[in-house]
Design a protein around this ligand. Structure first.
Ligand code: FMN
Length: 188
């Protein structure tokens, strides 16, 4: 496979990704875009990150807001994701949102939302990595996420096999799940 943009996109698309809406009210105008590069970064302090294309016309407007909403889109948000990634048209047409006093705009019915403030922007080639401080968090336990895989919107298989929680899972702040902890007597 060639090491060019097309080859990389194809290889990257092998990994299922969630979709988030990045959105804010900037001077009375709603701005937003869809992103699949959201990653939890740190538990203490609470930080998340997202990669933004340097070519984005929307990001310079979003970054002007004191607060930035990050909403993890749910299965029923496929059209919301399509509108938020369209080049033209009203990106919020028919979308129910909640606007916070910080300017963060959150998508109603999202699986989870994070009200954030931009902490830093790190260079990442033709993208930048926006490091976001999380100011508030909310989670809808029964909502199911929208998934983007192999360049298509899809959903988790339903019904899911019985969930198998990983004991001692620390989470993304450690970069990997690691082996389960405290799951049995220590072997020496
Ligand atoms: C499934 C999907 C995932 C996307 N993920 C990102 C992303 O992580 N970062 C990004 O900068 N743009 C991403 N985009 C593109 C933006 O949603 C949007 O199309 C882009 O910002 C162009 O609009 P703009 O010039 O107004 O910013 C994604 C688009 C789609 C359809």
């Amino acid at each position: 496979m060639p090491l060019d943009a097309a080859g990389l996109r194809t290889a990257f698309s092998a990994r299922p990704e969630g979709l988030v809406a990045l959105a804010a009210d900037v001077g009375g105008l709603r701005e937003g875009m869809a992103a699949s590069t959201f990653t939890p970064a740190s538990l203490d302090p609470p930080l998340v990150s997202v990669c933004v294309a340097r070519s984005s016309r929307t990001w310079p407007r979003l970054r002007a807001s004191r607060g930035l909403g990050v909403s993890v889109l749910a299965e029923e948000h496929e059209q919301v994701a399509r509108r938020l990634s369209a080049r033209d048209g009203d990106r919020f047409a028919g979308t129910a949102v909640t606007t916070r006093s910080s300017g963060a705009v959150l998508i109603d019915g999202a699986c989870a939302w994070f009200e954030c403030a931009i902490e830093d922007e790190l260079d990442a080639g033709d993208h930048l990595i926006a490091l976001l401080a999380v100011l508030e968090v909310h989670h809808l336990p029964d909502a199911r996420p929208l998934v983007f895989h192999r360049s298509s919107f899809t959903q988790l298989a339903s019904p899911c096999p019985a969930p198998a929680p990983v004991a001692g899972l620390v989470g993304a702040a450690d970069g990997h799940a690691g082996p389960p902890r405290d799951t049995g007597p220590a072997r020496h």
